[in-house]
Design a protein around this ligand. Structure first.
Ligand code: PGA
Length: 254
């Protein structure tokens, strides 16, 4: 039985007071209604990691970061490394988000190195894959997702893969309000698990969590999370409102 994960990617949003308020509102809901058998991760911008980490100590919330360098230290102005994130209480790091791929040219080998850096520091990568609309239109979406996971993950030994969470995020569904149908999500998640099975065997593949991301909201979460191979969600816009994010958490906890 795979424990479901709901992760809220705040992206480049909120001031510090707003970030702390959102955290507090979420904590209140989690204190008032117990949710069981689920990992809930909040992923604020870098400057808020320490204050948010202090606020969520001794709660069920876990902390993630939106990116990290492939290098551990050194003269890389503007970068933040996995050992730094580890030292401030981060447990998960998003790697290969489509916005990093699209606006910052991240792909292939660089993403494999970032995954390695995260795992070398005993953190969990949340590795994102997914196709743009034009690729789906051409019917090449399975090939592209296969290539993305092969390039970034298939060098890992099984123990490392088991610490990794995969997020399937069709680019055409991110921030657009256009969600994949549960059938489309399940079809791709089953395909990803099949690729993991071919490479690592069924026992390993059955344990890897595969999240869906792309316009997940309180209205569609339940149907998406009910799919056999969908193990929770990576949530962007809807994670910025405590009430709606909490409803998504409840949808996964059922
Ligand atoms: P969205 O973002 O929920 O706003 O579509 C998801 C993501 O980018 O992880």
């Amino acid at each position: 039985m795979r424990t479901k994960v709901v992760a809220g990617n705040w992206k480049m949003n909120k001031t510090l007071p707003e970030a702390l308020q959102l955290t507090a509102e979420l904590l209140t809901r989690l204190e008032n209604h117990q949710v069981k058998n689920i990992e809930v991760v909040i992923i604020p911008p870098f400057p808020y990691l320490i204050p948010v980490s202090e606020k969520i100590q001794s709660s069920v919330l876990r902390l993630g970061a939106q990116n990290c360098s492939e290098h551990p230290w050194g003269a890389y102005t503007g970068e933040v490394s996995a050992p730094m994130l580890k030292s401030v209480g981060v447990q998960y790091v998003i790697i290969g988000h489509s916005e990093r791929r699209q606006y910052f040219g991240e792909e292939g080998t660089k993403l494999a190195q970032k995954v390695d850096a995260v795992l070398a520091n005993q953190l969990h990568p949340i590795f994102c894959c997914g196709e743009p609309l034009i690729v789906r239109g051409d019917g090449r979406h399975f090939d592209l997702v296969k290539l993305q996971i092969e390039e970034a993950l298939f060098h890992l030994p099984a123990e490392a893969l088991l610490k990794t969470i995969i997020a399937y995020e069709p680019v055409w569904a991110i921030g657009t309000g256009k969600t994949a149908t549960p059938e489309q999500a399940q079809e791709m998640h089953a395909f990803i698990r099949e690729q993991l099975t071919l490479k690592y065997g069924a026992a390993v593949a059955q344990q890897v969590r595969i999240l869906y991301g792309g316009s997940v909201n309180a209205g569609n979460a339940k149907a998406l999370f009910a799919c056999a191979d969908v193990d929770g969600g990576l949530v962007g816009g809807a994670s910025l409102k405590a009430g709606e994010f909490f409803e998504i958490i409840q949808a996964a906890a059922q």
